[in-house]
Design a protein around this ligand. Structure first.
Ligand SMILES: [Zn+2]
Length: 111
């Protein structure tokens, strides 16, 4: 294994991985707070860091069929959510390339 590169986000409000506390996403990159994850409420982000992607799979979600990758913290390998690779429904296309992070798996530190 190579050396792990951890990206640090700037800004006052950063969500971190709950398990190892590396930065995951910035509050400023939230697109929607109204998503349902595996563990309850989840947020949609336009950008997220320190993640590794699982294999692409087709998954039926509340909003229809999507191609998604599960996303794992690249530091501790805990599952944090998923990434939208492709949406089949025209109204859902805006989510392509965006990230779902589970609220329950994120830490808000210092804000
Ligand atoms: Zn982690």
């Amino acid at each position: 294994m190579g050396r792990l590169f951890i990206e640090t986000l700037s800004g006052a409000r950063i969500f971190k991985c709950k398990f190892c506390k590396v930065d995951s996403a910035s509050y400023n990159d939230i697109v929607s707070k109204d998503f349902q994850g595996r563990f309850g409420r989840a947020y949609l982000f336009r950008n997220a860091v320190n993640l590794s992607l699982g294999p692409t799979e087709e998954r039926m979600l509340a909003t229809g069929l999507h191609k998604v990758n599960d996303i794992y913290c690249s530091s501790c390998q805990q599952i944090l959510g998923w990434k939208y690779e492709k949406a089949y429904d025209e109204s859902q296309k805006y989510k392509e390339g965006m990230f779902i992070l589970e609220k329950e798996r994120m830490l808000k530190e210092g804000w």
